[in-house]
Design a protein around this ligand. Sequence first.
Ligand SMILES: NC(=O)c1ccc[n+]([C@@H]2O[C@H](COP(=O)([O-])OP(=O)(O)OC[C@H]3O[C@@H](n4cnc5c(N)ncnc54)[C@H](OP(=O)(O)O)[C@@H]3O)[C@@H](O)[C@H]2O)c1
Length: 276
Amino acid sequence: MLLSGKARLAGVIGWPVAHSRSPRLHGTWLNRHQIDGAYMPLAIAPADFAASIHTLARIGFVGANVTIPHKEAAFAVCTKLDDSARRAGAVNTLVFNDGQIIGSNTDGIGFLANLRAHHVDPCAGPALILGAGGAARAIGAALLDQGTSVTFCNRTQARAASLATALGAETLDWPQRHAALADFALLVNSTSLGMTGHPPLEISLDRVPLTMAVADIVYAPLQTPLLAAATAAGLRPVEGLGMLLHQAVPGFAAWFGVTPTVDAELYRIVAADLLG
Ligand SMILES: NC(=O)c1ccc[n+]([C@@H]2O[C@H](COP(=O)([O-])OP(=O)(O)OC[C@H]3O[C@@H](n4cnc5c(N)ncnc54)[C@H](OP(=O)(O)O)[C@@H]3O)[C@@H](O)[C@H]2O)c1
């Protein structure tokens, strides 16, 4: 690590933050590009969030990522928001510049970049998004902005309905997800089902066209039950770790002035960190 008095400082703000893979990810890029800078975990409690952001900006940080539970609070603290943040209703990337706190949401961009890295065209046909939380909203907005038609399907129907109204999408009742699958080109799991410690997602892939791509944004474990079922059914699986890596690119580029690449070596390093 290179660190001079002029080093650029950034980090990830969460509560807790110890589980975050972002320091390993950005640290790998900092080393790779021999950048005079650091990216650190910043454990900040919700009550201290707004004051801490202003302090970080004042003491010379160039920006930060924001993770659970601060993404909505970050939206509120920004002096400037880009379209991705407005559409997602939440901020995961902050840039401090000339007294401004600029917020964006890179989850949608990261999701699309990961699809393309798996040779999946986001515009190939209608998408069914399972879930209606923060990630579902960012992904839905990004797909809609590509011209893809989007349907939200969520255990709590009212959340899917309000998301669909806000973004201009359709909804499907949760029990209908199996039967309706044949009408979609892309299935996205953006619920927490399938995550380590959570039940698996129940979905039948029996009568699904072989051209369907199945994206799971859950990345712990790397191979979720849904991805295993998609592979077994001959469909095109798209794993969630790639989205995590791709969503980090715009922040790194803004803070450190280099656009980093997502490649197999980076995937191995972060995957090993997850397994360790
Ligand atoms: N790969 C990446 O870069 C990336 C980025 C962001 C998030 N993620 C992952 O995506 C997942 C969702 O994140 P989020 O921030 O959107 O979370 P969130 O806002 O808390 O939303 C959670 C979603 O999961 C659904 N859900 C939870 N338990 C369920 C169950 N037992 N049955 C059916 N649905 C259930 C919720 O449905 P209800 O509305 O009915 O409660 C809700 O739609 C997490 O696993 C997170 O780690 C990955």
